[in-house]
Design a protein around this ligand. Structure first.
Ligand SMILES: [Zn+2]
Length: 82
């Protein structure tokens, strides 16, 4: 459930080219280069496996909190703590 906002965003899928995709949350880049015995589907599966395995530094919950904290700071909320 916490991963509902996280998805793999593929860019520029072309046969014979490396498969490149990005995590929708932390923007981490995943890449799988074509190999002689691999089909495009295999590359996508590899990228997906890397995506599933990566340690996302922007898990939806903490990201929301961080975003909130930054906004609060920017809007002068820290003044109240003085
Ligand atoms: Zn991520």
């Amino acid at each position: 459930m916490t991963d509902s906002n996280r998805y793999l965003s593929f860019s520029n899928l072309q046969t014979g080219r490396p498969v490149v995709a990005y995590c929708s949350v932390c923007d981490r880049r995943f890449e799988a280069r074509p190999e002689a015995d691999k089909r495009a589907d295999d590359l996508i599966l590899k990228v997906r496996a890397d995506f599933d395995a990566h340690k996302c530094n922007g898990a939806s919950e903490s990201r929301g909190v961080a975003h909130f904290a930054r906004e609060a700071r920017d809007s002068g909320a820290t003044e109240r703590h003085r």
